[in-house]
Design a protein around this ligand. Structure first.
Ligand SMILES: NC(=O)c1ccc[n+]([C@@H]2O[C@H](COP(=O)([O-])OP(=O)(O)OC[C@H]3O[C@@H](n4cnc5c(N)ncnc54)[C@H](O)[C@@H]3O)[C@@H](O)[C@H]2O)c1
Length: 317
Protein backbone atom coordinates (compact mmCIF):
# COMPACT_ATOMS: atom_id res chain seq x y z
CA UNK A 1 0.00 0.00 0.00
CA UNK A 2 1.62 3.29 -1.02
CA UNK A 3 1.49 6.44 1.05
CA UNK A 4 -0.68 8.14 -1.55
CA UNK A 5 -3.31 5.43 -1.38
CA UNK A 6 -3.29 5.81 2.38
CA UNK A 7 -3.81 9.57 2.22
CA UNK A 8 -7.56 9.19 2.42
CA UNK A 9 -7.81 6.31 4.84
CA UNK A 10 -10.04 7.11 7.80
CA UNK A 11 -10.04 4.76 10.78
CA UNK A 12 -13.04 4.65 13.09
CA UNK A 13 -12.68 3.10 16.54
CA UNK A 14 -16.13 2.23 17.88
CA UNK A 15 -18.70 0.92 15.40
CA UNK A 16 -21.74 1.74 17.53
CA UNK A 17 -24.48 4.26 16.73
CA UNK A 18 -22.10 7.18 16.26
CA UNK A 19 -19.24 5.30 14.60
CA UNK A 20 -21.43 3.40 12.13
CA UNK A 21 -23.53 6.47 11.25
CA UNK A 22 -20.38 8.48 10.71
CA UNK A 23 -18.96 5.70 8.48
CA UNK A 24 -22.17 5.87 6.43
CA UNK A 25 -22.00 9.66 6.13
CA UNK A 26 -18.33 9.44 5.15
CA UNK A 27 -19.03 6.76 2.55
CA UNK A 28 -21.76 8.89 0.96
CA UNK A 29 -19.40 11.89 0.84
CA UNK A 30 -16.92 10.04 -1.37
CA UNK A 31 -14.05 11.79 0.42
CA UNK A 32 -12.41 8.67 1.85
CA UNK A 33 -10.90 5.96 -0.33
CA UNK A 34 -10.65 3.61 2.65
CA UNK A 35 -12.73 3.32 5.79
CA UNK A 36 -11.70 0.85 8.49
CA UNK A 37 -13.98 0.05 11.41
CA UNK A 38 -12.43 -1.20 14.65
CA UNK A 39 -14.52 -2.35 17.58
CA UNK A 40 -13.99 -4.56 20.60
CA UNK A 41 -17.15 -6.28 19.34
CA UNK A 42 -15.61 -7.65 16.13
CA UNK A 43 -18.92 -9.07 14.86
CA UNK A 44 -20.56 -5.64 15.11
CA UNK A 45 -17.74 -4.03 13.11
CA UNK A 46 -17.95 -6.82 10.51
CA UNK A 47 -21.73 -6.51 10.20
CA UNK A 48 -21.52 -2.73 9.75
CA UNK A 49 -18.75 -3.09 7.15
CA UNK A 50 -20.78 -5.66 5.20
CA UNK A 51 -23.91 -3.52 5.22
CA UNK A 52 -21.96 -0.42 4.15
CA UNK A 53 -20.13 -2.31 1.40
CA UNK A 54 -23.43 -3.38 -0.12
CA UNK A 55 -24.22 0.30 -0.69
CA UNK A 56 -20.90 1.03 -2.40
CA UNK A 57 -22.02 -0.03 -5.93
CA UNK A 58 -24.90 2.43 -5.59
CA UNK A 59 -22.96 5.39 -4.23
CA UNK A 60 -19.21 6.13 -4.26
CA UNK A 61 -16.26 3.77 -4.58
CA UNK A 62 -14.59 3.07 -1.24
CA UNK A 63 -12.86 0.16 0.43
CA UNK A 64 -14.58 -0.55 3.75
CA UNK A 65 -13.59 -3.29 6.18
CA UNK A 66 -13.57 -4.38 9.81
CA UNK A 67 -9.97 -4.31 10.95
CA UNK A 68 -7.68 -3.97 13.91
CA UNK A 69 -5.33 -1.32 15.21
CA UNK A 70 -2.61 -2.18 12.69
CA UNK A 71 -5.05 -0.87 10.05
CA UNK A 72 -4.91 2.63 11.50
CA UNK A 73 -1.44 2.85 9.89
CA UNK A 74 -1.42 5.63 7.33
CA UNK A 75 -4.91 6.89 8.22
CA UNK A 76 -5.18 10.65 7.85
CA UNK A 77 -7.46 10.66 10.88
CA UNK A 78 -8.49 8.09 13.49
CA UNK A 79 -11.93 8.97 14.80
CA UNK A 80 -12.65 7.57 18.27
CA UNK A 81 -16.31 6.97 19.10
CA UNK A 82 -15.79 3.94 21.35
CA UNK A 83 -17.34 4.27 24.74
CA UNK A 84 -18.74 2.38 27.61
CA UNK A 85 -22.17 3.08 29.05
CA UNK A 86 -22.70 3.64 32.77
CA UNK A 87 -23.02 0.40 34.77
CA UNK A 88 -25.83 0.18 37.35
CA UNK A 89 -24.70 1.80 40.60
CA UNK A 90 -21.61 3.26 38.98
CA UNK A 91 -20.79 6.91 39.71
CA UNK A 92 -19.96 9.42 36.98
CA UNK A 93 -16.37 9.44 38.19
CA UNK A 94 -16.18 5.61 38.10
CA UNK A 95 -17.43 5.70 34.51
CA UNK A 96 -14.90 8.37 33.67
CA UNK A 97 -12.10 6.32 35.17
CA UNK A 98 -13.19 3.31 33.15
CA UNK A 99 -13.42 5.35 29.92
CA UNK A 100 -10.00 6.87 30.67
CA UNK A 101 -8.58 3.34 30.95
CA UNK A 102 -10.28 2.38 27.65
CA UNK A 103 -8.76 5.46 26.03
CA UNK A 104 -5.32 4.62 27.39
CA UNK A 105 -5.53 1.31 25.60
CA UNK A 106 -7.04 2.62 22.34
CA UNK A 107 -4.79 5.67 21.94
CA UNK A 108 -1.60 3.74 22.75
CA UNK A 109 -2.49 1.28 20.00
CA UNK A 110 -3.36 4.04 17.52
CA UNK A 111 -0.10 5.97 17.97
CA UNK A 112 1.90 2.76 17.87
CA UNK A 113 0.68 2.07 14.34
CA UNK A 114 -0.06 5.60 13.21
CA UNK A 115 2.28 8.19 14.73
CA UNK A 116 1.67 10.61 11.84
CA UNK A 117 -2.13 10.88 11.68
CA UNK A 118 -4.61 13.05 13.53
CA UNK A 119 -6.90 11.83 16.30
CA UNK A 120 -10.49 13.10 16.48
CA UNK A 121 -12.48 12.18 19.60
CA UNK A 122 -16.28 12.08 19.86
CA UNK A 123 -16.74 9.87 22.95
CA UNK A 124 -18.21 11.67 25.96
CA UNK A 125 -17.30 13.49 28.03
CA UNK A 126 -15.53 14.66 24.92
CA UNK A 127 -13.41 17.50 26.34
CA UNK A 128 -12.03 15.32 29.14
CA UNK A 129 -11.37 12.32 26.89
CA UNK A 130 -9.73 14.46 24.20
CA UNK A 131 -7.37 15.86 26.83
CA UNK A 132 -6.55 12.32 27.97
CA UNK A 133 -6.08 11.18 24.36
CA UNK A 134 -3.66 14.06 23.82
CA UNK A 135 -1.68 13.24 26.97
CA UNK A 136 -1.48 9.53 26.18
CA UNK A 137 -0.62 10.08 22.52
CA UNK A 138 2.34 12.38 23.09
CA UNK A 139 1.31 14.13 19.84
CA UNK A 140 1.39 17.91 19.37
CA UNK A 141 -1.88 19.36 20.72
CA UNK A 142 -3.05 20.56 17.29
CA UNK A 143 -3.14 16.96 16.03
CA UNK A 144 -5.56 15.74 18.71
CA UNK A 145 -8.98 17.38 18.63
CA UNK A 146 -12.48 16.70 19.89
CA UNK A 147 -15.85 17.21 18.24
CA UNK A 148 -16.48 19.66 21.11
CA UNK A 149 -19.42 21.96 20.55
CA UNK A 150 -19.68 21.43 16.80
CA UNK A 151 -23.00 19.68 17.43
CA UNK A 152 -24.24 22.21 19.98
CA UNK A 153 -23.38 25.03 17.57
CA UNK A 154 -25.33 23.27 14.81
CA UNK A 155 -28.32 22.78 17.12
CA UNK A 156 -28.14 26.43 18.17
CA UNK A 157 -28.04 27.65 14.57
CA UNK A 158 -30.91 25.36 13.62
CA UNK A 159 -33.12 26.52 16.51
CA UNK A 160 -32.29 30.19 15.84
CA UNK A 161 -33.07 29.68 12.16
CA UNK A 162 -36.47 28.25 13.09
CA UNK A 163 -37.20 31.28 15.23
CA UNK A 164 -36.03 33.78 12.61
CA UNK A 165 -37.36 31.94 9.56
CA UNK A 166 -34.05 31.86 7.67
CA UNK A 167 -31.74 29.15 6.35
CA UNK A 168 -29.64 27.83 9.29
CA UNK A 169 -26.54 28.32 7.16
CA UNK A 170 -27.28 32.05 7.22
CA UNK A 171 -27.26 32.18 11.02
CA UNK A 172 -23.80 32.82 12.45
CA UNK A 173 -23.61 31.93 16.11
CA UNK A 174 -21.41 29.78 18.35
CA UNK A 175 -21.67 27.68 21.45
CA UNK A 176 -18.30 27.61 23.22
CA UNK A 177 -16.78 25.97 26.28
CA UNK A 178 -17.61 22.48 27.51
CA UNK A 179 -19.70 20.15 25.37
CA UNK A 180 -22.16 19.77 28.23
CA UNK A 181 -24.11 21.57 30.90
CA UNK A 182 -21.70 24.51 31.34
CA UNK A 183 -21.51 25.41 27.63
CA UNK A 184 -21.84 29.09 26.74
CA UNK A 185 -23.93 30.74 23.98
CA UNK A 186 -22.14 33.69 22.39
CA UNK A 187 -25.14 36.00 22.10
CA UNK A 188 -23.05 39.16 21.82
CA UNK A 189 -21.68 38.15 18.40
CA UNK A 190 -24.61 36.13 16.99
CA UNK A 191 -25.69 37.63 13.68
CA UNK A 192 -27.65 37.25 10.46
CA UNK A 193 -26.17 39.07 7.45
CA UNK A 194 -23.79 40.90 9.78
CA UNK A 195 -26.71 42.25 11.84
CA UNK A 196 -26.54 41.38 15.54
CA UNK A 197 -29.79 39.75 16.66
CA UNK A 198 -31.33 42.80 18.41
CA UNK A 199 -30.86 44.85 15.23
CA UNK A 200 -32.13 42.02 13.02
CA UNK A 201 -35.25 41.73 15.19
CA UNK A 202 -35.75 45.47 15.24
CA UNK A 203 -35.58 45.74 11.44
CA UNK A 204 -37.76 42.68 10.84
CA UNK A 205 -40.41 43.10 13.54
CA UNK A 206 -39.34 39.91 15.36
CA UNK A 207 -39.17 38.99 19.03
CA UNK A 208 -35.68 39.05 20.55
CA UNK A 209 -36.72 39.19 24.22
CA UNK A 210 -34.12 37.63 26.47
CA UNK A 211 -36.58 35.01 27.75
CA UNK A 212 -37.20 33.85 24.15
CA UNK A 213 -33.44 33.65 23.51
CA UNK A 214 -32.87 31.87 26.84
CA UNK A 215 -35.45 29.28 25.83
CA UNK A 216 -33.64 28.70 22.51
CA UNK A 217 -30.37 28.17 24.37
CA UNK A 218 -31.99 25.82 26.92
CA UNK A 219 -33.36 23.72 24.03
CA UNK A 220 -29.88 23.66 22.49
CA UNK A 221 -28.13 22.62 25.70
CA UNK A 222 -30.71 20.00 26.63
CA UNK A 223 -31.28 18.58 23.12
CA UNK A 224 -29.36 15.35 23.78
CA UNK A 225 -31.48 14.56 26.86
CA UNK A 226 -34.67 15.16 24.84
CA UNK A 227 -33.54 12.94 21.96
CA UNK A 228 -32.19 10.16 24.18
CA UNK A 229 -35.50 10.11 26.07
CA UNK A 230 -37.30 9.52 22.76
CA UNK A 231 -34.96 7.26 20.76
CA UNK A 232 -32.19 6.17 23.11
CA UNK A 233 -29.20 7.80 21.41
CA UNK A 234 -28.16 10.63 19.10
CA UNK A 235 -26.08 10.00 16.02
CA UNK A 236 -27.15 11.68 12.73
CA UNK A 237 -26.16 15.21 13.67
CA UNK A 238 -22.90 14.23 15.39
CA UNK A 239 -22.04 12.17 12.31
CA UNK A 240 -22.59 15.27 10.16
CA UNK A 241 -20.48 17.27 12.61
CA UNK A 242 -17.63 14.77 12.41
CA UNK A 243 -17.99 14.89 8.63
CA UNK A 244 -17.61 18.68 8.63
CA UNK A 245 -14.37 18.32 10.62
CA UNK A 246 -13.03 15.51 8.40
CA UNK A 247 -13.87 17.50 5.26
CA UNK A 248 -12.01 20.54 6.62
CA UNK A 249 -8.99 18.31 7.33
CA UNK A 250 -8.90 16.26 4.12
CA UNK A 251 -9.52 19.27 1.91
CA UNK A 252 -7.24 21.56 3.90
CA UNK A 253 -10.06 24.08 4.11
CA UNK A 254 -9.02 26.40 6.97
CA UNK A 255 -12.62 26.13 8.14
CA UNK A 256 -13.67 27.87 11.33
CA UNK A 257 -15.23 25.16 13.50
CA UNK A 258 -16.04 24.97 17.20
CA UNK A 259 -13.90 21.94 17.96
CA UNK A 260 -12.38 21.01 21.30
CA UNK A 261 -8.73 22.11 21.39
CA UNK A 262 -6.02 22.49 23.97
CA UNK A 263 -6.37 25.93 25.53
CA UNK A 264 -3.35 27.74 26.81
CA UNK A 265 -3.50 31.38 27.82
CA UNK A 266 -6.93 32.32 26.46
CA UNK A 267 -9.16 34.51 28.65
CA UNK A 268 -6.97 33.46 31.61
CA UNK A 269 -7.69 29.76 30.90
CA UNK A 270 -4.90 27.19 30.83
CA UNK A 271 -4.39 23.50 30.22
CA UNK A 272 -7.86 22.17 29.41
CA UNK A 273 -9.52 21.07 26.21
CA UNK A 274 -12.67 23.02 25.38
CA UNK A 275 -14.31 24.57 22.32
CA UNK A 276 -13.61 27.91 20.76
CA UNK A 277 -13.95 28.71 17.06
CA UNK A 278 -10.75 27.27 15.60
CA UNK A 279 -9.15 27.10 12.17
CA UNK A 280 -9.03 23.48 11.03
CA UNK A 281 -6.81 22.39 8.16
CA UNK A 282 -4.82 19.36 6.95
CA UNK A 283 -2.63 19.52 10.06
CA UNK A 284 -5.56 19.63 12.52
CA UNK A 285 -6.22 22.69 14.67
CA UNK A 286 -4.06 25.40 13.18
CA UNK A 287 -5.11 27.97 15.80
CA UNK A 288 -7.98 29.11 18.00
CA UNK A 289 -9.63 32.46 17.50
CA UNK A 290 -9.86 34.97 20.30
CA UNK A 291 -13.40 36.35 20.06
CA UNK A 292 -14.37 39.67 21.61
CA UNK A 293 -16.67 38.22 24.23
CA UNK A 294 -18.82 40.07 26.75
CA UNK A 295 -17.76 39.96 30.42
CA UNK A 296 -20.62 37.56 31.13
CA UNK A 297 -19.51 35.23 28.32
CA UNK A 298 -15.90 35.28 29.53
CA UNK A 299 -17.09 34.45 33.06
CA UNK A 300 -19.18 31.57 31.65
CA UNK A 301 -16.22 30.24 29.68
CA UNK A 302 -13.95 30.45 32.72
CA UNK A 303 -16.55 28.57 34.79
CA UNK A 304 -16.75 25.89 32.08
CA UNK A 305 -12.95 25.60 32.11
CA UNK A 306 -12.91 25.34 35.90
CA UNK A 307 -15.39 22.43 35.83
CA UNK A 308 -13.26 20.63 33.24
CA UNK A 309 -10.00 21.25 35.12
CA UNK A 310 -11.54 19.96 38.38
CA UNK A 311 -12.61 16.75 36.64
CA UNK A 312 -9.13 16.32 35.13
CA UNK A 313 -7.61 16.87 38.59
CA UNK A 314 -9.90 14.17 40.02
CA UNK A 315 -8.56 11.83 37.34
CA UNK A 316 -4.97 12.94 38.15
CA UNK A 317 -4.41 14.51 34.73
N1 LIG B 1 -19.51 14.41 21.03
C1 LIG B 1 -20.80 14.42 20.75
O1 LIG B 1 -21.37 15.45 20.41
C2 LIG B 1 -21.55 13.11 20.87
C3 LIG B 1 -22.84 12.95 20.33
C4 LIG B 1 -23.45 11.70 20.45
C5 LIG B 1 -22.81 10.69 21.12
N2 LIG B 1 -21.57 10.89 21.65
C6 LIG B 1 -20.83 9.87 22.39
O2 LIG B 1 -20.31 8.91 21.49
C7 LIG B 1 -20.04 7.72 22.22
C8 LIG B 1 -20.59 6.53 21.44
O3 LIG B 1 -22.02 6.59 21.43
P1 LIG B 1 -22.84 5.44 20.69
O4 LIG B 1 -24.26 5.83 20.77
O5 LIG B 1 -22.20 5.16 19.37
O6 LIG B 1 -22.55 4.21 21.68
P2 LIG B 1 -22.65 2.67 21.30
O7 LIG B 1 -22.73 1.95 22.60
O8 LIG B 1 -23.68 2.46 20.25
O9 LIG B 1 -21.23 2.35 20.63
C9 LIG B 1 -20.04 2.31 21.35
C10 LIG B 1 -19.17 1.27 20.68
O10 LIG B 1 -17.88 1.31 21.30
C11 LIG B 1 -17.40 -0.03 21.35
N3 LIG B 1 -16.37 -0.11 22.36
C12 LIG B 1 -16.48 -0.02 23.71
N4 LIG B 1 -15.28 -0.16 24.28
C13 LIG B 1 -14.38 -0.36 23.30
C14 LIG B 1 -12.98 -0.56 23.26
N5 LIG B 1 -12.27 -0.61 24.38
N6 LIG B 1 -12.40 -0.69 22.07
C15 LIG B 1 -13.11 -0.65 20.92
N7 LIG B 1 -14.45 -0.47 20.90
C16 LIG B 1 -15.06 -0.33 22.06
C17 LIG B 1 -18.64 -0.85 21.68
O11 LIG B 1 -18.47 -2.22 21.36
C18 LIG B 1 -19.70 -0.15 20.83
O12 LIG B 1 -19.84 -0.76 19.56
C19 LIG B 1 -20.69 7.91 23.61
O13 LIG B 1 -19.67 8.28 24.53
C20 LIG B 1 -21.64 9.05 23.38
O14 LIG B 1 -21.90 9.78 24.57
C21 LIG B 1 -20.93 12.07 21.51
Amino acid sequence: MTQIQNMTRIAIVGAGNVGATFAHTLMLSGLAAEIVLIDRNQAKAEGEAMDLNHAVPLVQPARIWAGDYADTAGAAVTVITAGSAQHPGETRLDLLQRNAAIFNDIVSQVVKYNPEGLILVATNPVDILTYIAWKISGLPAGRVLGSGTILDTARFRYLLSEHFGVDPRSVHAYIIGEHGDSEVPVWSLANIAGMRLPMYCDKNGLNCDQNVLDEIFAKTRDAAYEIIERKGATYYAIAAGLMAIIRAILRDQNSVLSVSSHIENFYGINDVYLSLPSIVDRGGVERMLQMELSQEEIAGLQYSARILRETLDQLSY
